[in-house]
Each structure stands twice: as C-alpha cells, then as structure tokens.
Ligand binder design. Structure first.
Ligand SMILES: C[S@@+](CC[C@H](N)C(=O)[O-])C[C@H]1O[C@@H](n2cnc3c(N)ncnc32)[C@H](O)[C@@H]1O
Length: 409
C-alpha cells in the first residue's frame, strides 16, 4: 500500500540540526535527497534550480559535494545561504552576545520606545499588541546593536527571531497552508514578555549548537528565475535534484509573508503579488488577474492529450485552464534553459506532485516526462514516492532523466 510517509516531507526535517532551523511546509525531506544521492556513483557538481529552504544544498554540503542553488524568493535565498555556510567560533560567540544585548534592550526600553513594526496588513491578526511590542523591541535591538553590515552573527540571530515570531503568532500550521488561531488572551499574558525573550534565547542557543556542525562541501546560492537558469548559473552540472512548485495553486509567499515583512523583503502587499507572478505556479494577488491575460507566446507542450486536458478544465474555469497551461509552458522554458548548463549524461531528478481541477486529474509526472523528451533528455521515467494527503489520487513522484547531449543545441 502507498502511504503518506511523513518522513519524506518537511516533517522529517524537524529534528535534524540545521535542516530544522525554520519550519516551512514546501520543504522536501532530507531523506529524499540522501536516497537520490546514494543511488549515484559520483554525483559531481549538483544544481537545485528551485531550492526553497536549501535542503538539497545542505545535504550536499554535509557530504562534501559542490552544489549551486537557484531560488526566486529573496528571503529563501537568504535562508539557504545562512543555513549552508560555515561559522567561526568567534562569529557564534558574537551571535550570543548580540542576542543577550537585544534581550536587555527589550527589557529596558520596550515600553518607552516607539519601535518599527512590519507593514503587514491587519497585523493585529498575527500578534496581540503586547507580543508585537516585545518582538518589535527584540528586532530593533538586533538591528541597532549588531556590529557590521553582512554580519553572520546577525543572520543566525534573525533565524531565531523568525522562529520566535511565528511561535508567538496566531498562525497555525496544522493545514497545508496556515490559518489563524483563536486570539483569546491567556492567563499568562502578563509575563509573556519574559516567555518570549526566554524562547528567543533558547532558539538562539539551539541554532548556535547546530551551526557548529562543520560543512565540508561548497554551496553557492543564486537568487533569480530558473526559466533563465543558463544566464544565472554557469555550471556545468552533472546532477540536478529539485522539487519545483506543483501546479496546485499553493502560494509560497502566503506562508512566508510574516518573515518577509519582518526582514524587509516585502514592504507592501503589491510586492507579494508581483513576486508570485514571477514564481512558477504562483497565484497570489495580482498574479491571478495577470493570468487572465496570459498567452503561451509560441512555447508548446508536446504531450498527447494536453490540449484536451486544458479544454476540459476551461469548461469549468478558463482562468484555471490558463494556470495549468502556463505552468507547463514555464517548466518547458526552464528545462530548455537548463539543458544548456548540463554535462553530457547529467542525471536530473524532479520531485513533483500531480493535481486535480474539478474532475480533471492532471498527470503532472507524465507531462514532465513528455517535457523532458521534448527538451532532449533520454532514459526518462517516473517512480512513485508517496501518497500526498487523504484526497484520493494525489501522489508524489520522482521524474528522472539523463541529458543526451546534442551538439547542435
Ligand atoms: C517545492 S519548493 C522547493 C522546496 C525545497 N525543495 C526545500 O526543501 O525547501 C519550490 C520553490 O521554487 C521556487 N520558485 C518558484 N518559481 C521559481 C522560479 N521561476 N525560479 C526559481 N525558483 C522558483 C519557490 O519560491 C519555492 O521555494
């Protein structure tokens, strides 16, 4: 029987040192990457063109491999950089000092000071005024007391800050995308400031402990659009291990918003929509209205039955039909660009999930197989990885292939 196998999702990463620094739903599991690497004699230089929280890069770094990561979202690119670098003992000591100073700053100044809070729409839905004041005081302390630009001590402390900010928010992560918890004040509201700063210190301690782990591989993180991967990352790559967005209308921005506003990667709502429009499979805000105007612009998807599938979805929703069509056109554009930075015989592995719109099942893994063939890959196959959730027919697959170098390209 094919089961849900939680160990193959982000849940499997929660107890694993650096892999557990920030809990984000889109992350795939360490085990998937380990198993794929175990199956290769010599992975060579690895690329993850949709690197998210940097799981592929961190597993490669732990094994002494060289790995490049490409990610559209600037916050995730920052997170991956911070997770995959080595830290000197002096930097970690500076991080602890900074965290302590920020705590003192909150305890001494938070009531009197008017500190910056992130421009999140309806911020009161995220944090009560008391919690927000403590978090804003901590954040202000970290920003004003750190010693230099590009400070690794600050980066590590900011991961702990992100953790504590979400732990004390009303966001509940018990659904695939988060929702809000009940905002009723608790009996402990009075000493919440102490609990928040204690939680922050505990998080800093834990993160510093795992940051001591020495990484023997080299990771480079690029921020940009994987549809233009050949313009951004030189390669050449012997192996690609990645999990692109699935065509399931999940918006990564939605879950990442609180971190992105605090850390200054988003300043107004419109920017979230703009970024999601750039993201493959994005549908947040303005992305939806732009989708209505979208046309494939000459890029074809050579898969038997693809046009029928798009027409079937269009009968219920022309917008969703455009969504699915655009998703595969974007992936075709990505695979074409990717093929220019692969070595002959390079192995590629795409972890993807299928999806369903109304009564139409989209056989995502089969369409990937066709796209890989269209872009010049050979030995293409899909292996079933796991069942996705309780909904019937939704599964994850590893679609793999080998780059068949064609000198005329
Ligand atoms: C399923 S997640 C990858 C998760 C990753 N395997 C991890 O363990 O965290 C897909 C990622 O692709 C990124 N993405 C979407 N469109 C992109 C594009 N055009 N170029 C680069 N990255 C993109 C999203 O921001 C998201 O982080």
């Amino acid at each position: 029987m094919i089961t849900q196998r939680a160990e193959l999702t982000f849940k499997g990463n929660l107890r694993q040192g650096r892999h557990s620094w920030l809990r984000l739903t889109p992350a795939y599991s360490v085990q998937v990457v380990q198993q794929l690497l175990d199956g290769l004699d010599n992975p060579g230089r690895v690329l993850d063109p949709f690197s998210g929280t940097g799981t592929t890069g961190l597993v490669c770094a732990e094994r002494g491999l060289t790995c490049d990561l490409l990610e559209l979202n600037p916050f995730l690119a920052w997170l991956a950089r911070v997770k995959t670098r080595n830290y000197a003992e002096a930097e970690l000591a500076a991080c602890w000092e900074l965290a302590q100073a920020a705590v003192t700053h909150v305890q001494e100044h938070v009531d009197s000071e008017k500190v910056w809070v992130p421009p999140i729409h309806h911020i009161e839905r995220w944090w009560t005024p008391e919690r927000l004041a403590t978090l804003a005081g901590l954040f202000h302390g970290l920003q004003s007391l750190h010693r230099k630009q590009q400070d690794p001590a600050l980066d590590v402390a900011l991961i702990a800050f992100c953790r504590v900010a979400i732990e004390w928010s009303n966001a509940a992560f018990n659904h695939q995308s988060m929702s809000f918890k009940d905002n009723t004040p608790t009996l402990f509201s009075a000493n919440e400031q102490d609990l928040i700063v204690d939680g922050f210190r505990t998080n800093v301690r834990q993160i510093i402990a795992s940051a001591r782990q020495e990484l023997s591989g080299q990771v480079n993180v690029y921020q940009g659009d994987s549809r233009r991967v050949a313009d951004l990352a030189a390669g050449p790559y012997d192996c690609v291990i990645t999990s692109p967005p699935y065509p399931n209308r999940m918006s990564y921005i939605r879950e990442l918003r609180p971190y992105m506003y605090w850390l200054g990667y988003l300043n107004e709502a419109r920017e979230a929509g703009d970024l999601d429009w750039e993201a493959i499979g994005g549908t947040w805000g303005v992305a939806t209205s732009r989708l209505a105007q979208w046309t494939p612009d000459g890029v074809t998807v050579s898969h038997d039955g693809f046009d029928d599938l798009v027409h079937q979805i269009a009968a219920s929703s022309p917008l969703l039909a455009n969504y699915v069509h655009k998703y595969f056109v974007d992936m075709a554009t990505h695979l074409n660009s990717l093929s220019r930075v692969l070595t002959p015989g390079a192995k590629v592995f795409y972890v993807v999930g299928n999806s369903k719109f109304y009564d139409t099942l989209v056989p995502v893994e089969q369409i990937y197989e066709s796209l890989m063939a269209q872009c010049g890959f050979k030995d293409i196959k899909s292996d079933l990885l796991r069942k996705r959730n309780s909904k019937k027919e939704l599964y994850e697959f590893v679609v793999s292939g080998e780059w068949a170098a064609d000198k005329s390209r």
